[in-house]
Design a protein around this ligand. Structure first.
Ligand code: MN
Length: 720
């Protein structure tokens, strides 16, 4: 059994300045409060925190982390409070223990219905102090190692969670030995038969493989000696789960998988890496497409190495990884390599910031108010999707799902950069917003203060972070302009009663009215006027007695609804042929893009300060507009007005045809407001008529008349 003295020996071996007193105090305290508790195996509970601390010494972490390992379950499982921990061990340790405790609480829930907020708490606790994650990973490893005493359904549940959350986190942090061990343990519980099959075959072929490893190492060594390169070479078997993944991915059986060994060549410096690569490539033929330069293009978890697969001495696949000692340390320990005890260096909570992933999480949780949204971002981030690596101009590497665009990249820098992104520079080329980034691109974002996100961006961005930010912007901008519009609509109407929005806001009247309408505040009320959900007259109805309103509107009806429905603009010139639901006093104009004609299906859109624009329902511009700004409108049949429409007539370029068409139009008592003719190179002409028609039937009659003329090729409604 592992004892406290062994733990001390371990720590002192790498940190001779470790505070034995502090560690002892933590051990004694943990032993005292866990006294009498046992694990499912029947062993004393204390074994667990001791083992967790042991795993942490394997990562060579600082004393504080080891202390947290010893204390990590005392708040969760004993009567000890965080305050007591703080009093005895100080704030840093207390905060970390609190972080680990919070994560444990979440674990006891079902993965499926784990609430977004809890997930968020867990990630935040981790991101705030990376040591919390490392302690949690050590805790998870020991629990997985000793899980045989758990009930079967617990085993499956915990294993699935380990596979879904903890192993990917270990991978993100680059602590590869933890990732492999967690994956293999989960694999064993989740797919026991498959695990067993692989394990059996693996053991059977073991001695054979050892022979092979020796042989390959000797061959490489000999060759390197010729070139005077000093290197440490080893051959390591891959872990079961990664073998299983290979089998799955390539649809092969165990016996067909030959690259279950990775040969590692560890050399003194960078240039040796490339030299060794050249040497092994001269010994064995490299498999095309299997060379990866993670030195030039490190993984986001900072992993660096050269990888190449070659055809080995027996025609088998032979994988070699080449790296320096320093790279090797990071490959094995990841974030822990940066976090470990360093003589003379005090480790701060903010360490680990060189890890892109942790910085990203910190940023996200600061920016994202909505937990569900935050969870989506993290889940997407942990999913083993195909990723590409993109460089910033400063040489930092960022990771994106493949298919990402400059907009995704811009939002990963900052929301503001995303919002003002105009395009990007890749090398010397300027690329548009939609451009698909390629692995290894160095991207420089071009911004402009006049740029704004558009709805269209949502169609091509790949990261949920960009999507969320764009939606947020559009929502805020729309609300902003709705408030402005609502305010000006109200001001206009209020003036007639000597009232003003500004004064009513100051006096608080508007806020009270907003409450009556069940709105949060006056801005929301004004926005809803902008959206056309509430009319200024309805607001006046709450602010003034009905008699006052009637005086101005000069109507006898007592009911306010009647006042609204009867009210119309007085000048007949401004009367429109369109009724806007509940807003008869609104300014109406016909959109030039589709020039609707009476009788056509139409829809209204509230514009900024220019009243309601009437579009045809099929207008592509109208379709692109937000639903919240749309208002139902209908043609007022009693109030027929002439509306203008554009016709584009393509005809032979022959004498008199224009007069003939014009004549035909006049026959239906249609006024021609304008006409333009363009002669085309193919001896045809395009005549554009602006005509004024009563309704759609009137227009269609004209179109069919023209179509019937000799020499006319086509007649089309012209829209912009
Ligand atoms: Mn524990």
């Amino acid at each position: 059994m592992f004892r406290f003295n062994d733990l001390l020996d371990n720590i002192l071996a790498y940190n001779k300045d470790a505070s034995v007193e502090l560690l002892q105090k933590a051990y004694v305290f943990s032993a005292k409060v866990h006294q009498g508790q046992t694990r499912l195996s029947g062993e004393p509970y204390l074994i667990h925190p001791l083992e967790v601390a042991h795993i942490l010494t394997k990562m060579k972490l600082d004393d504080d982390s080891i202390v947290v390992g010893l204390l990590h379950d005392v708040v969760e499982d004993t009567y000890t409070t965080i305050d007591e921990i703080q009093e005895m061990f100080g704030e840093d340790i207390a905060t970390m223990v609190d972080g680990v405790t919070k994560i444990s609480k979440i674990e006891n829930r079902d993965i499926e219905d784990r609430k977004a907020e809890n997930f968020r708490k867990m990630i935040i606790a981790m991101a705030n102090d990376i040591r919390v994650i490392l302690v949690k990973l050590a805790d998870r490893i020991h629990n997985m190692r000793t899980m045989s005493f758990q009930r079967p359904e617990r085993k499956t549940k915990i294993s699935q969670e380990t596979m879904d959350v903890y192993a990917p986190i270990a991978n993100r942090l680059g602590v590869s030995w933890i990732k492999s061990e967690l994956e293999d343990l989960s694999f064993m519980y989740l797919q026991p038969e498959m695990y067993e099959r692989i394990a059996t075959r693996f053991k059977k072929t073991k001695s054979e493989r050892q022979e092979y490893i020796k042989e390959v190492i000797a061959t490489i060594n000999q060759k390197l000696a010729e070139y005077n390169i000093k290197a440490k070479i080893s051959g390591r078997e891959k872990h079961y789960y990664s073998i299983y993944q290979k089998m799955e991915k390539r649809g092969l059986t165990f016996d067909q998988i030959h690259d279950i060994i990775a040969f590692r060549v560890i050399v003194a410096d960078l240039k040796d890496c490339y030299e060794v690569l050249g040497i092994v490539h001269s010994m064995w033929k490299p498999v095309p497409g299997k060379f990866k330069d993670y030195i030039g293009l490190p993984k986001p978890n900072m992993y660096q190495s050269l990888h190449s697969t070659m055809i080995g001495p027996y025609g088998e696949r032979l994988e070699v990884q080449i790296r320096t000692q320093e790279m090797h340390k990071i490959a094995e320990e990841g974030v822990a390599a940066h976090w470990r005890y360093k003589a003379g260096a005090k480790i701060g909570r903010k360490d680990g910031t060189q890890f892109e992933w942790i910085n990203r999480i910190r940023e996200w949780q600061e920016e994202s108010k909505d937990s569900a949204e935050f969870m989506d971002i993290i889940k997407e981030d942990l999913a083993p999707e195909k990723m590409i690596y993109i460089f910033t101009p400063r040489g930092d590497v960022k990771e994106f799902p493949s298919g990402s665009t400059p907009v995704d990249f811009a939002y990963s820098i900052h929301s503001q950069v995303g919002n003002q992104c105009m395009g990007a520079k890749i090398g010397n080329k300027i690329v548009p917003l939609k451009h698909e980034l390629k692995n290894g691109d160095t991207v420089e974002i071009i911004t402009s203060t006049t740029q704004k996100p558009s709805k269209d961006w949502l169609n091509f961005v790949k990261t949920s972070r960009a999507r969320t930010r764009i939606r947020q912007f559009l929502k805020a901008a729309e609300r902003e302009s709705s408030i402005t519009l609502g305010k000006s609509l109200c001001e206009k109407e209020f003036k007639r009663f000597n009232l003003s929005v500004t004064k009513m806001t100051k006096s608080g009247t508007l806020k009270d009215i907003a409450k009556e309408f069940n709105f949060r505040d006056e801005d929301t009320l004004l926005a809803s006027v902008g959206f056309g959900k509430v009319t200024p007259v309805q607001i006046l109805g709450k602010a003034l007695p009905h008699e006052e309103l009637e005086k101005v509107y000069k109507k006898k009806e007592t009911k306010l609804s009647k006042v609204i429905s009867k009210f119309k603009k007085k000048k007949p010139k401004q009367r429109s042929a369109v009724k806007v639901l509940g807003m008869d006093n609104l300014m109406v104009r016909y959109a030039k893009c589709c020039s609707p004609v009476s009788g056509e299906p139409i829809i209204g859109y509230i514009t900024r300060g220019r009243g309601v624009a009437i579009h045809t329902k099929s207008c592509k511009f109208a379709k692109a507009m937000s639903d919240e700004r749309s208002v139902a409108v209908s043609w007022d049949v009693q109030d027929k007005l002439l509306t203008s429409a554009m016709l584009s007539v393509r005809c032979d370029d022959k004498k008199g045809i224009l007069a003939e068409i014009a004549n035909t139009i006049s026959k239906t008592e249609t006024n021609i407001a304008d006409v333009k003719v363009r002669i085309m190179p193919d001896k045809t002409a395009i005549c554009t008529f602006k005509i004024e028609v009563l309704d759609i039937a009137h227009l269609q009659k004209n179109m069919s008349n023209i179509q019937g003329l000799k020499g006319v090729i086509s007649v089309e409604r012209k829209r912009r």
